[in-house]
Design a protein around this ligand. Structure first.
Ligand code: BDR
Ligand code: CA
Length: 315
C-alpha cells in the first residue's frame, strides 16, 4: 500500500527534483505539498510549488499549502545557488494562482483527516510550518506517522555558517520546537546528503525535454551545475532533498542511529547548529533517528531510476 505523505518544501532546485520523484512514485501517495520560505521568499516558494505541480499535472492533485514568513523573518536565502526565482531562472508560468490555505492548516487537516499514524511528513525546507502545525494542534506530533527532515549536521561542518545547515539556520526556534516534540523523527543531515554528488553525466541521462519531468529537469539542472561550479568549484551537484526523499522510499539504503539532539537558538557563532549528546555516557534522552551513513551507489541508482520512472508515468 502506498505511504501517505505530506511534502513540505521551499523550491529550490533539489526540492523541485524531489517533487518530480515523489509525485509519480507508486510507493507514495502525496496528500499535500506545502510551501515554506527558505531558498526563496514565502510568496515565491508558494508560487514555485504551484508551478511545479501544475507542470507535472499528476493524475491525483495533492492539496497545496501557502507559505507565510517565519516569526523572525528569513535571515538568509538560497538564491545564489538556486537562482533568483529558486528554480535556476526557469520562471515557469503558473496558469492560475489558486487561493490556497496556509501550509500549517493544510498539514493539520491532512493528518487529522486520516487514521492516527497513517500520514508522514517529509520536510525539505526550514521547519517553520511543521512547528506551527504542532503549535496549532498540540496532539499532532503523536498523530503523525513519521517526520523525515532534511537538515542539520552531526560531525561535519555546516553549509551556511561554519556550524549550521541552511534549513535549520533559517528558523532555529522552529527547528528546536520540532526536535523537542514527541513525534517520531528521522533526520537526514548533511553528513549523509553530502556523500551524494551527481556529475554532469546526469544531464545526458535525463528524460527527453518533451516529457513533463524532462522539461522541468532540463530547465533547472544546468543552472544548478553552474552554481555549484562557480560557488564551490565542484564538478557536480548535491541533491540534499532528493536524498532525504529516498530515505522515505528506500529506508533499507540508510543506517539510522537513535541519538539525542537539539538545536542552538542563541549562539553568536553557533546559531542554528544541531547539537547531539555524543558523550561516552549521554545525559540527554534519545529523541531522533539520524542517518549519517547511506549506501552511496545504490542511492544514486535509486534517484536515476526514480527520474526515469517518473518521466514514464507522467508522460
Ligand atoms: C538544504 O538547503 C536548501 O538550499 C536545499 O534545498 C536543502 O533543503 C540543504 O542544506
Ligand atoms: Ca529545500
Amino acid at each position: 500500500m502506498a505511504r501517505k505523505v505530506i511534502l513540505d518544501c521551499d523550491p529550490g532546485i533539489d526540492d523541485a527534483m524531489a517533487l518530480c520523484l515523489a509525485l509519480f512514485d507508486p510507493r507514495l501517495e502525496v496528500m499535500a505539498v506545502t510551501a515554506v520560505g527558505g531558498n526563496v521568499t514565502p510568496a515565491q516558494a508558494t508560487r514555485n510549488v504551484q508551478a511545479i505541480v501544475e507542470q507535472l499535472d499528476p493524475p491525483r492533485w495533492p492539496r497545496l499549502g501557502a507559505a507565510s514568513p517565519p516569526d523572525n523573518g528569513l535571515p538568509v536565502d538560497g538564491r545564489n545557488l538556486h537562482g533568483s526565482d529558486g528554480l535556476g531562472g526557469a520562471d515557469f508560468d503558473v496558469a492560475e494562482l489558486h487561493h490556497v490555505h496556509p501550509s500549517e492548516k493544510v498539514i493539520c487537516d491532512q493528518v487529522r483527516g486520516a487514521p492516527p499514524g497513517s500520514v508522514s511528513i517529509i520536510a525539505l525546507g526550514p521547519l517553520t510550518n511543521v512547528a506551527r502545525a504542532f503549535q496549532r494542534d498540540p496532539e499532532l506530533p503523536g498523530l503523525v506517522g513519521e517526520l523525515i527532515m532534511m537538515g542539520g549536521t552531526v560531525a561535519g561542518p555546516g553549509n551556511i555558517t561554519p556550524t549550521a545547515e541552511f534549513n535549520i539556520y533559517c528558523d532555529p526556534p522552529a527547528a528546536r520546537a520540532v526536535f523537542r516534540s514527541p513525534s517520531t523523527k528521522t533526520l537526514i543531515p548533511l553528513d549523509a546528503t553530502n556523500r551524494i554528488v551527481l556529475n554532469f553525466d546526469l544531464l545526458n541521462k535525463l528524460p527527453a525535454p518533451s516529457t513533463k519531468v524532462g522539461n522541468i529537469l532540463h530547465r533547472i539542472l544546468p543552472p544548478a551545475f553552474r552554481g555549484y561550479r562557480q560557488r564551490f568549484g565542484l564538478e557536480g551537484i548535491h541533491v540534499h532533498d532528493s536524498v532525504a526523499l529516498m530515505a522515505s522510499i528506500h529506508p533499507e539504503l540508510f543506517t539510522i542511529e537513535e541519538m539525542a539532539g537539539d538545536v542552538e537558538t542563541a549562539g553568536e557563532l553557533t546559531l542554528g547548529m544541531t547539537v547531539f549528546d555524543r558523550r561516552r555516557v549521554p545525559k540527554w534522552r534519545r529523541n531522533i533517528g539520524v542517518a549519517q551513513h547511506l549506501r552511496q551507489r545504490e542511492v544514486v541508482d535509486a534517484i536515476l531510476r526514480g527520474i526515469r520512472e517518473a518521466a514514464a508515468h507522467a508522460g
